[in-house]
Design a protein around this ligand. Structure first.
Ligand code: ADE
Length: 244
């Protein structure tokens, strides 16, 4: 999978993603992440990319042309490898639909994704109309730019790509995969600050362990995210656990 990020702050994105699991996945060839500096496509000698909004109002807007040129360069590159490609172009904005695990699973099927990061008060509407296919928000709050949201999307999508996590099973059993939160986990020592690891986890009885973990997931979800339970497929036994 290949992510292209159109941004005024390429270092911010690359520095934030090249460590840890995502960095390793890039080195091992499961993932490509390329930040394209929109300023490189500025069309005046001052390399400015922003201007005042028509009609007045606070702040500056990113102009259409540099964004369009940066996008066109990326699209040309993608098409040179696959002339049929029609990559999704995501504009990160609080006005988009809220990003979810389900959306991440959908994006993980794509070959190429272009992420457009806005700054200042936003981007000239005309270029958005022309190139953007998806508007995505990461939550109901306003950040200073789209870079952190782009990184959130890339991180979430990347860990679903086979090979990125060493242990493919762990993505499968994550929180949200079945609208239930993850069960609690414990490692050595057996006792810490007077708290013991639950007996069942030391029993070696796999069926009992699985049953306990599932029940813990149910209880946790009911306590912390009751809204998710409405979407979960609950068995009769699950309902009984939740009643007690
Ligand atoms: N840009 C600014 N705030 C944002 C948000 N909440 N989600 C996506 N992009 C943004």
């Amino acid at each position: 999978m290949h992510f292209y990020i159109l941004t005024l702050f390429p270092d911010m994105v690359m520095n934030g993603l090249t460590d840890s699991i995502i960095g390793r996945a890039m080195k091992n060839g499961y993932l490509k992440i390329e930040a394209v500096n929109i300023r490189d496509y500025a069309f005046n000698k001052h390399q400015s990319v922003d201007d005042y909004p028509y009609g007045g109002g606070a702040g500056m807007l990113m102009q259409a042309e540099p964004v369009y040129q940066a996008y066109s360069a990326v699209l040309e590159k993608i098409k040179s490898e696959n002339p049929e490609a029609q990559p999704r172009v995501v504009y990160l904005s609080p006005q988009g639909g809220t990003f979810s695990q389900e959306m991440a699973e959908d994006y993980a099927k794509e070959e190429d994704v272009i992420l457009l990061c806005g700054h200042y008060e936003g981007i000239d509407e005309r270029v958005l109309e022309e190139i953007v296919t998806d508007y995505v928000s990461i939550g109901d709050y306003v950040l200073t730019g789209g870079e952190l949201p782009a990184m959130v999307m890339i991180d979430t999508i990347s860990r679903l790509i086979p090979g990125v996590l060493h242990n493919d099973v762990s993505a499968e059993f994550d929180s949200f995969q079945d609208n239930l939160l993850e069960y609690p986990q414990y490692s050595r020592p057996e006792e810490w600050h007077g708290k013991k690891v639950p007996e069942v986890l030391m029993s070696g009885h796999h069926a009992n362990i699985e049953k306990w973990r599932h029940e813990q997931s149910l209880i946790r979800t009911a306590k912390n995210r009751p809204d998710l339970l409405e979407k979960a497929e609950l068995t009769e036994n699950d309902k009984k656990v939740l009643e007690t």
